[in-house]
Design a protein around this ligand. Structure first.
Ligand code: PAF
Length: 281
């Protein structure tokens, strides 16, 4: 079932709640791939009534980014969501999410200004704002976000902690094609030839993780990964970083210490398509 207004959404969720059902939630921007479907299935494992949203959020696109060409396929997405066991799909309009004259935004400081935040300064503020609004509209008990957007996942966890949303946030694993390329709605922008080269971003992270595990210093492993990505035909590299998995702070140089957590994150351009990926060490 599709609902488009907060009012209809609340009425449907309320009926499920009255029946004692635990509410799960998966926010999406549509153009669904297998990774999204796995998040819906995970939400289904953790709850009894899964709501998914489809909303291409203008607040997380800067002027000149791909808001207008972002792939949209509501009918196909809704069919896939229903087949995956989703009970309700929320497809709000821009006016429903951002009532006219809306002045309230959510900013998760610091964490939003690192890594991707350096290159897309508006991005995580737009994400936190829309996710906070969606949480208020849906009122879920648990929400599932993909680990593919690792920085986003950590920022949402922090927002939920800081604002006291009574919602459990769960990470869903990244879905990869056979050659390792992380599934992403933006992969649709790649030409066949670009697509073949694109998996180098994952190979570079995979190799860097192995190097770090055998005691290679962080700076050396990162330098090698940068060389590998650029050598594979990526036109521009925004960053490859080794960070603390929770705070996202740079680890600095030197070999990893015994038991030290580390997450590798990268963003690079294949032609006009910006790809991101990450891997735990
Ligand atoms: O990851 C996404 O698709 C979006 O950033 C999200 C969480 C749906 C917010 O618009």
């Amino acid at each position: 079932m599709i609902v488009r207004t907060r009012k209809d959404l609340r009425a449907a969720v309320e009926v499920a709640r009255q029946k004692g059902k635990k509410i799960g939630f998966v926010p999406t921007m549509g153009a669904l791939h297998d990774g999204h479907i796995s998040l819906v299935e995970k939400a289904g494992d953790k709850s009894d009534y899964v709501v998914a949203s489809i909303f291409v959020n203008p607040a997380q696109f800067a002027p000149g980014e791909d808001l207008d060409r972002y792939p949209r396929n509501e009918q196909g997405d809704v069919a896939r969501l229903s087949a995956a066991g989703c009970s309700l799909v929320y497809c709000p309009s821009v006016g429903e999410m951002y009532p006219e004259g809306s002045l309230t935004n959510v900013r998760v400081e610091e964490m939003s200004d690192l890594l991707d935040g350096i290159y897309r300064p508006h991005f995580f503020y737009g994400v936190a704002t829309v996710v906070a609004r969606l949480f208020i509209h849906v009122g879920p008990d648990v929400a599932v976000f993909g680990e593919k957007d690792y920085q986003q996942l950590q920022i949402i966890k922090r927002m939920v902690r800081d604002l006291g949303f009574p919602i459990e946030i769960i990470g869903g694993k990244t879905w990869r094609d056979g050659d390792g390329l992380a599934q992403s709605s933006r992969n649709a922008y790649l030409s066949e030839e670009e697509r073949q080269r694109a998996s180098a971003i994952f190979s570079a992270l995979h190799r860097a993780a192995s190097r770090l595990r055998i005691g290679v210093p962080v700076e050396e492993a990162i330098k090698e990964a940068r060389g590998f990505i650029l050598g594979a035909g990526f036109s521009k590299l925004d960053y490859v970083s080794a960070v603390d998995p929770a705070t996202l702070h740079d680890l600095g140089d030197g070999p990893l210490e015994e038991g030290q957590g580390c997450r590798l994150l990268a963003a690079a351009w294949m032609g006009s398509t910006r790809l991101i990926d990450n891997l735990g060490v």
